[in-house]
Design a protein around this ligand. Sequence first.
Ligand SMILES: [Zn+2]
Ligand SMILES: [Zn+2]
Length: 320
Amino acid sequence: MAVLDPRQLPVRLHLAAAESGLGFALRALRANGIAFEQGMRWLGLERHRPLDAAAVRRVAWALNVDVDEFGSRVVTRDPGAGQGWVRYAGMRFRRHVATNRLYAKVCPQCLREHGITRLSWQLRATVGCFRHGYSLIWSCPHCGQAIGWDRPDVDICRCGRHLKPQDAPPVEGEVQSWLCWLETALSGDDAVPVSGALPQALLHLSLDGAFGIVEALGICAAPGRSVRAALSNCKTLPELGVVVHRGLERLRTIEADAGVLMRWATMANQPALARLAADGANDEDRALAWWLLQGMRSGVDHGNTRAGGRPRGQLPLFIA
Ligand SMILES: [Zn+2]
Ligand SMILES: [Zn+2]
């Protein structure tokens, strides 16, 4: 094991396209013969918290990597925003949606083929792999323990065994499009073609807002079910995939006929929409969340617009 002092890592690696910063740190430390936990102590990196600008500079220098490139690949504080917000991949996210703490999930097949951990795996919105379906795993198939960052290498569990690819069911068609859209938006990589149609509104929303709205609309299978029970029953990625699938379908239906909002009022997670309307990542997120709530809360005007009932008030421009 190498002796550590406050110098840069001598063996220099390059960030791969769409690679996460923590995954890069693991790879770079490994290439220099340093265990992840030892490296974290050396770097003074508290990965459970969003990093501030000074920590990003310090860690990037030590890892011998470009500071701006590295800084956009880790969860950082959102200057000026409250505690609940972070920045990741140059975008704003609610802290629980993009975190270093919970989402060390991986696609073993991608790890085998490409050897890097992807940015998107750290997002709650990433319910599957855009290449390999419901293949993302949280825990090791051998020892059953949660997959941690403090593992010997990106594709090796803390128990020392390889994270082997397993047969995984494909994701639903719309969810596939969703995952491709996420990848493209996160990495700016046009090489991921979005197959199939997605609701038009997504083009205008932030990733955080899109996921928040899709989850709020899709969480319950039927009207009148408990939102709280639905949230607590949604523990696996395929279960969350079903929610995303339903949410996307419902958003598209709403785009075609806003009159359905009244009927769906008891099916949506209205408190989540209200939080988004009050404090969203951007204006469009806030506007759409507000507009959906208005439609659910008796605001539907059954007047004589050609399109049928529309919520009163200012329509978000992109819905009209
Ligand atoms: Zn994969
Ligand atoms: Zn294991």
